[in-house]
Design a protein around this ligand. Structure first.
Ligand code: OOG
Ligand code: MG
Length: 254
């Protein structure tokens, strides 16, 4: 379908050239199913350039995020190896449009997730937990979008930093999270802001995989969605988030 191919190319080019585009659904409306097809096609452009899918992300799993962006449905997107910024690494501001950062919890899988799992089963599926930071960079002007637009745009995902992996027995419930930029606190929250219990994000991810006929494979990871609102980044910023028992996650912008 032409709308899917064209919109996927527009979003891929916007990301590649770090140049915002107008909201696509305003030009011609499309359904949520179309939006996931657009996302898939735009990710295929990345795969064709040699990138590899190494994880998935959920979005809008906390009230803070739903309210900040005005979208209230859980969404999911793809994460590639090229999006990763090493722990204590540096991201180049020029490669982004209007990047923001937000604190997340990551789960690494030891077993494929292909269909719905129950909350009581999640520990059977993970072999690591970590604190993480996601860099979101909507390809739309003014960081404004509808549900369909943001899904088509791979849920704004453009980068991530993973903290050190911890044993899966390390509880990620009720972890106080503080994010600082250049030493000043900018966001405070708690991991339980994610769906009331961050482990629920694996249940939600599993439902999405079943619905969209996808799978998250052993060795890949899931970002559970931000626990707090996101903060804009500037050149030369130093970002540090502390995640209690999960330790710190930090990186710089140049
Ligand atoms: C969309 C992505 C939402 C989260 O963690 O809730 C998200 C956005 O805010 O631009 O990544
Ligand atoms: Mg996020």
């Amino acid at each position: 379908m032409e709308l899917i191919t064209n919109n996927a190319a527009v979003l891929d080019q916007a990301a590649l050239n770090a140049k915002a585009t107008s909201q696509l659904s305003v030009l011609k409306s499309f359904t949520l199913v179309d939006a996931y097809e657009i996302q898939k096609k735009s990710i295929q452009h990345r795969i064709d350039r040699g990138e590899n899918i190494i994880g998935y992300k959920l979005g809008f799993t906390s009230k803070a995020k739903m309210e900040q962006m005005g979208v209230h449905d859980i969404i999911w997107g793809h994460l590639t190896d090229q999006m990763q910024i090493g722990l204590k690494g540096t991201m180049r501001f020029e490669k982004f449009i209007h990047p923001r950062v937000e604190p997340e919890i990551a789960f690494r899988l030891k077993k494929d997730i292909t269909s719905t799992i129950q909350l009581s089963e999640v520990l059977e599926y993970i072999d690591g937990v970590a604190g993480a930071l996601e860099i979101i960079d909507s390809r739309y002007e003014n960081f404004k979008f509808s549900l369909e637009d943001v899904v088509a745009d791979n849920c704004s995902s453009s980068g991530f930093v993973l903290g050190k992996w911890h044993e899966p027995s390390t509880s990620v419930k009720n972890i106080a999270i503080e994010m600082t930029i250049n030493g000043s606190p900018v966001q405070n929250g708690n991991s339980d802001a994610i769906l009331g219990n961050p482990y629920e994000s694996l249940v939600e991810a599993s439902k999405m995989m079943e619905r969209y006929n996808q799978k998250i494979e052993a060795g890949q990871f899931i970002l559970a969605g931000a626990a707090t609102s996101a903060e804009y980044l500037k050149k030369n910023d130093s970002i540090l988030a502390s995640f209690g028992v999960l330790g710190d996650v930090d990186f710089k912008v140049s």
